[in-house]
Design a binder for this molecule. Structure first.
Ligand code: NAD
Length: 482
């Protein structure tokens, strides 16, 4: 059990100002996993006050970048041996299958941190540029200030490190607002950051829901909001930040298309989509959930994909043979099942899956891996993010038609193409309007800028672009020396 009776504010365990407690239970057997105090507004005020204090005094913000990087390297040394333990904690908290957690949730955060360190080392924090007036300009990269990092439940630690690592590298103070479903790993991470040498005030964790998140976003002491979550919440946060001219970056939802070209090897694609479309039980923003298949091969592809999905092992997320675990919570199970109902009501054909309960699984928020065929791109199941193991197969007539359908979406987060011809695949990728795109796979690369076109977000994480989200650029123009 991970029981916390205090909040981590500015590097210290502090008594919470409120009375309420967030109980975390396993989405599989519903047994308790841990508990944290629920933060109230006074706790947020305290976290912002210490964050601002640290920022203004410069205990972290004005350190030479090399000293901050040395602390992050110590943090990496502390985080790396905890990889499997933290992967397992996320399986306990949100039900991610252990094979996925151990492969992605475990090593991912350390990988992102290592990549951020390398990028921070190669960044010119203060450079001289020749000006157009005849005077040289000193261009400085300075921290943006106090950052609110708002985290969803579906990839908690990975998302957290994707925000906190570049924010710390740049010299910001950070207040982490984890989701109420998955607040535990943020505490472990914050404690490690302090142990590594991040000074007092710089890092806080305020577990809570939407209301406390909104209070933090609107707090006058916060300079920048870095948010990952739903597009609906992102829109609200963007308008709140806009009103106050606060900086913000948003990593939002997706409805990514996997385009299967007419030369595709069906065995390769079904094996690939098992991960690209269904990893983390389909609760992934980048999941390839619209399967675009050439009409000439549509029936064969649907049959093969249906057989793969019907064969997925659904069950205990800690069982290494499990492919699909429970949804994070009952609200998510209800939401996904409501989309399966909607698909049936919209006239799509159920290839596999559906709404039958699982007689052998007495507890757990399970849904059946579900494939719909006979779907067109205007149906709601083809347009809205379902966030579970539910795929739709859409026929297309030509490569151009496939690209048009892929782009006919409110979202633009990710995509992929599957083909025997690498060059043809890359060319298709050039025409699909998404932030990332894979050919014959979909994998995140920590050195690649990641983020969304259109309603999938604003700004980027990872790579040098991810670091720049936490930087203000300052130009100083002195007279010539001497
Ligand atoms: P959510 O928007 O409900 O919540 C995300 C976080 O924001 C939570 O911590 C929540 O408490 C907080 N929050 C919600 N409304 C808020 C508001 N108005 N002001 C401040 N904070 C608020 O999303 P979720 O259900 O936790 O996560 C799933 C969503 O996240 C999906 O849409 C998924 O696509 C998206 N996601 C995107 C990425 C990406 O990188 N693009 C990665 C992971 C998840």
């Amino acid at each position: 059990m991970h029981d916390y009776d205090k909040l981590y504010i500015g590097g210290q365990w502090c008594a919470p100002r409120g009375q309420d407690v967030i109980e975390v239970s396993s989405p599989f057997d519903l047994k308790p996993v841990g508990r944290v105090p629920e933060a109230v507004r006074d706790d947020v005020d305290a976290a912002v006050a210490v964050a601002r204090g640290a920022f203004e005094t410069g205990s972290w913000s004005r350190l030479p970048a090399s000293e901050r990087i040395a602390v992050l390297e110590r943090l990496l040394d502390l985080l790396t041996p905890r990889t499997d333990e933290l992967a397992d904690l996320q399986t306990s908290e949100m039900g991610a299958p252990t094979t996925f957690s151990r492969a992605v949730y475990g090593p991912g955060p350390a990988g992102v941190l290592a990549s951020t360190i390398a990028i921070a080392k190669s960044t010119d924090w203060e450079e001289i540029r020749p000006g157009t007036t005849g005077l040289d300009i000193i261009v400085r990269r300075e921290p943006v200030g106090v950052v609110a990092a708002i985290i969803p439940w579906n990839s908690p630690l990975f998302t957290l490190v994707g925000k906190v690592a570049p924010a710390l590298a740049a010299g910001c103070s950070v207040i982490i607002k984890p989701s109420p479903e998955t607040p535990l790993d943020a505490n472990v991470f914050a404690e490690l950051a302090t142990e590594a040498g991040v000074p007092a005030g710089v890092i806080s964790v305020i577990p809570g829901g939407r209301d406390i998140g909104a209070y933090l976003v609107n707090h006058p002491g916060v300079d920048k909001v870095s948010f990952t979550g739903s597009t609906a919440a992102g829109r609200e946060i963007a308008s709140n930040c806009g009103r106050n001219l606060k900086r913000f970056s948003l990593e939002l939802g997706g409805k990514s298309a996997a385009i299967l070209l007419d030369d595709v090897d069906i065995d390769i694609v079904t094996a690939g989509l098992k991960f690209a479309s269904l990893a983390n039980s389909g609760q992934a923003c980048i999941a390839q959930t619209r399967i675009l298949a050439p009409r000439s091969r549509y029936d064969d592809i649907v049959e093969a994909l249906g057989a793969m999905m019907a064969g997925l092992a659904v069950g205990d997320p800690f069982d290494p043979s499990t492919d699909v675990g429970p949804m994070v919570a009952k609200h998510q199970q209800d939401k996904v099942n409501s989309y399966i109902e909607l698909g049936l009501a919209e006239g799509a054909q159920l290839v596999t899956g559906g709404l039958d309960p699982f007689p052998d699984l007495p507890t757990g928020w399970f849904v059946r891996p579900t494939l719909f065929s006979g779907v067109n791109n205007s149906m709601r199941i083809a347009r809205e993010e379902i966030f579970g193991p539910v795929l739709v197969a859409i026929p297309y007539d030509s490569e151009e038609d496939a690209i048009r359908i892929a782009n006919d979406s409110e979202y633009g987060l990710a995509g992929s193409v599957w083909t025997s011809d690498r060059e043809r695949g890359i060319e298709v990728g050039r025409h699909v309007r998404t932030g990332t795109f894979g050919v014959n796979q979909y994998l995140l690369d920590f050195n690649a800028p990641f983020g969304g076109f259109k309603a999938s977000g604003v700004g980027r994480e990872m790579g040098a672009e991810g670091l720049s989200e936490y930087i203000e650029y300052k130009s100083i123009t002195p007279p010539p020396a001497g």
